[in-house]
Design a protein. Sequence first.
Length: 322
Amino acid sequence: MTQLDQTIILHSTLQSESRGKRLDQAVAEIFSDYSRTRLQEWIKNGQLTVNGVVQKTKYIVQGGEEIAVKAQALAQENWTAQPIPLTVVYEDEAILVINKPAGLVVHPGAGNFDHTLVNALLHYSAGLAHLPRAGIVHRLDKDTTGLLVIAKTLAAHTHLVNALQAREITREYECLVNGIMISGGTVDAPIGRNPHDRLKQAVTPNGRHAVTHYRVLGRFDRHTHLQVQLETGRTHQIRVHMAHLHHPIVGDTNYGYRLFLPPQAPPELEQQLRGFKRPALHARRLILAHPVSKIAMTFEAPLPDDMQQLIDTFYTQDTSKC
């Protein structure tokens, strides 16, 4: 993807995993920073081509096709600026790095038409209305906390999206999972929509390539404290992969199982585990090359209070830690 003034230029090759899908479905996966509606408009207007040829949205992908887009960047007129507080970790003329709190949806969608991060960003900087997804380059789930980088110019957005696709941006997380994990490792398992529940994701043979690396920070009687690094960025990836290992994240009611309580758990620990009502997952560290200076930059955000208190309780009260 390159940028010419306010023109969006995209290039990508459809992989074999897209074979059999409609064109609009396939390009929505590779150009996930743009809405399905916007991509369908580009297809219908001839601004998105397949091997240099204009196709219809119902064109069935074979895999290996070259996709090209040349379209104008338009303001998102339906999004409303709202005065929602933001915790800014870093800002300059090209990028904005924030520490997202739990409970804040990143992008407007079904059931969340406003009071999202996008609405907050438009209030913070009106110029972001002219960028895809208000400059948002990657996402966090509603109740996942931590670092997000926002592009403030189309050129910066271009650079960061390319860097993310090339796996040149490091995203590290901390989480607390159920069960004892003996050692670190890698999960290499494709993720797609759950065939039994379309609101969830699952490891599925027809899913998209997904790789998650993890290492153990601490072990307790029935829980493990992990550091996790994403190699790819699929929806709910860490949550799905941890559940796939039968070690779901504490507090994750969508992908978790029953509540894990250590035998003879101290009252404080039991109370905190019963009261933790969101996934214990935090985007702790972000490493990227600045889109203008190209200098490597590292950003960190401390664990939120609720997660820090829970982990502290494990380390101080769980005698089986190692």
